[in-house]
Structure formats: C-alpha cells, structure tokens
Design a protein around this ligand. Structure first.
Ligand code: HEM
Length: 226
C-alpha cells in the first residue's frame, strides 16, 4: 500500500494530521487576536490594519484558501476518528479511562468543536461578507466607519456580544485541551512535562478567551452608539 494511505489509515496517522492542522489553526487564532486588538487604537488604526491586509491580495486569497483547507481537513479527519472510536467501543472498555480523570475541556471537545464550526460560519457571514460601507458601518454621528463601525455596531447589541463571548469561551477550552493533545500525539507525555504542558495550555486557552472577549465587553461598556 502507498505509504501515505498506510499512514492515513492508521489511527495514529489521523491523530497526527488532526494535531498538525490544529497547530496551524491555533497560530491563526493568536495572529487574528493580535490584529483585532488594533480596535483599541480607534477607527483609523483598525481600518488601516484591515486595509494593509487587503493590500496583500491576491496573495492573501492563497493564505485564506490554505486556512480553509486546513480547517476542513481538521474537521473531516476528527469526524473520522470520532466515528472509528464509536465503532470500536466494545473493545475499548478494557482500556476505558474513568471520566473523572478527564478535564472538562477534554470531555467537551466535540461540543466546543461543533460550536466553533457554527461560530466561524456565522462570523464570516457577519463580518467578512458584510457591506463595509453599508448601514451597519454607520455610527451615531451618521458617518461610515467601515469595518470598525461594523464591529462596534455588532457588539453594541448585548445578545450579539454574549454569543461571541460564548464562542470565545469554547475557543479557549478547545485550544487548552487541543494543545495538550498535540504534545501527547507527538509522544511528549513524560510526567515531568505533563503538568507544565497542562498548566501552560490552560493559561494560553484562558488568555485567548479573555483577550477576544475584552473586545465585545469594551464596546458594551463604552456604549459607542450613544
Ligand atoms: C472579538 C472577537 C473577534 C473579532 C472582533 C473578529 C473580527 C474579525 C473581522 C473584522 C473579520 C473580517 C476581516 C475582513 O473582512 O477584512 C474577521 C474575519 C475572520 N475571523 Fe474573526 N474576529 C473575532 C474572533 C474570531 C475567532 C475566535 C475566530 C476563530 C475561531 C475568527 C476567525 C475568523 C476567520 C476565519 C475570518 C475570515 C478570515 C478572512 O477573511 O481572511 N475570528 N474577524
């Protein structure tokens, strides 16, 4: 059999594909958070950043296509692993780990993953495909503030903000367990490192969830629309 298919058909191979694609997605989430924090610089800083990114086209389309592909591979291969585990259930009872040993983030991986998928679809329709100079970009002074205005108007709605914060918590939890799984999949599970990896990944997940959530909270507190 072709070496690639041999690798792919093994459960370890699939886990490594999920872990490697997950790592790229984590890097995107960190970079995207860093970019979003430009919102604190005001409309010209945030829109200036968005325009700089837009100027990278058509090269940026390639990056976006790569990101989409990685995202889809991550979902597809994970779904296959879940299906295989489900099918192999009776044999797995011998090595069954009591659920108390697993963290909440680990137990909720499928749920947070599904929530993130739904969120990303909604988020892209919400921001990327929004009319950047349309009514949603207009603030209380009657002027269009582009993408900045869209973000401010969206988060001025408490329900909109609450849904985003819920998704950010899911992202933080998914990442914190994802990072731990990454190291385990690639064989780093020596007791000396396990605790340090767990603490660091929980810290990173929390930091990412809080970092993103500060944006809707900041908008709600400042009540920009007046
Ligand atoms: C407070 C939280 C967030 C804010 C304010 C925000 C903001 C934005 C904005 C303004 C865009 C549109 C960029 C453009 O059209 O030029 C965008 C695109 C996007 N966001 Fe977010 N985002 C947030 C959270 C997230 C999270 C947590 C994820 C991933 C789990 C994510 C994934 C994406 C993706 C995949 C795109 C499309 C990329 C592209 O258009 O090139 N975002 N985001």
């Amino acid at each position: 059999m072709n070496k690639f298919f041999e690798f792919y058909y093994s459960s370890v191979g699939k886990k490594q594909i999920v872990a490697a694609t997950g790592l790229f997605l984590i890097l995107f989430v960190i970079a995207h958070l860093a970019g979003n924090l430009f919102i604190y610089g005001g409309p010209s800083v945030f829109n200036g950043y968005a325009e700089k990114l837009a100027h990278l086209r058509p090269g940026l389309y390639l990056l976006e296509f790569g990101l989409l592909l990685i995202f889809l591979i991550h979902l597809f291969v994970t779904a296959q692993l879940v299906w295989e585990n489900w099918q192999a259930r009776p044999q797995r009872y011998a090595t069954y780990k009591p659920s108390e040993e697993r963290s909440l983030s680990a137990k909720l991986m499928s749920y947070t993953g599904t929530l993130i998928f739904a969120f990303v679809v909604w988020h892209i329709l919400d921001f990327t495909f929004a009319d950047h100079v349309g009514p949603r970009s207009i603030l209380s002074d009657g002027l269009s503030y582009g993408l900045y205005g869209i973000v401010i108007n969206s988060f001025s709605n408490p329900t909109h903000s609450a849904l985003y914060i819920l998704a950010m918590i899911a992202v933080g939890m998914h990442l914190s367990h994802g990072i731990q799984s990454f190291f385990q999949t690639f064989g780093v599970n020596h007791p000396r490192y396990t605790i340090a990896i767990r603490k660091t990944s929980n810290f990173l997940g929390t930091l990412i969830a809080i970092g993103y959530s500060t944006i809707p909270i900041y908008v709600l507190i400042n009540n920009f629309r007046g």
